[in-house]
Design a protein. Structure first.
Length: 145
């Protein structure tokens, strides 16, 4: 008798090919960032995003953030610290309510893998200068590859 697989429960694990996912981003976007959610659990969310234009100073009220560059190079600023140039394999961490920005794309495409703890609601983006708008103006989530 064939084994019956229970598909009503979410998977306990997943494997993601970050380079393959990074290659799926389109060459242009209407927003500063395009985002692909990989996991979305209450304790943490993970995603990949491509940065199309410099990201102004902003912060997240509800989560800490881990950013690992997958491709490209960019200048990252965590306020209170000197700007740092990051490239593939480098990881940046900062706590919630920490103002940060990506003022310069040095080499594209600049694609970042992010883990937010706990889960970051997609609307949790607050610009230091409200003239930049809201999360909707900043980032758009696209369907996973």
């Amino acid at each position: 008798m064939p084994e019956i697989k229970d598909t009503t429960k979410p998977a306990n694990s997943s494997v993601f090919d970050l380079a393959a996912i990074a290659a799926q981003f389109p060459p242009t976007a209407d927003t500063m960032l395009l985002d692909i959610r990989l996991t979305d659990e209450p304790a943490a969310s993970s995603r990949m995003f491509r940065i199309y234009r410099p990201a102004p100073a902003h912060y997240h009220k509800t989560c800490d953030e881990y950013l690992q560059v997958v491709s490209g190079r960019g200048k990252f600023v965590v306020y209170g610290q000197e700007p740092v140039e990051l490239g593939p394999g480098q990881l940046l961490f900062f706590r919630r309510n920490t103002v940060h920005a990506i003022p310069e794309i040095l080499e594209g495409p600049l694609v970042v893998f992010s883990v937010d703890t706990p889960r970051r609601d997609p609307s949790d983006v607050t610009f230091v200068d409200p003239a930049y708008g809201t999360a909707k103006d900043f980032i758009r989530t696209i369907e996973r590859y």
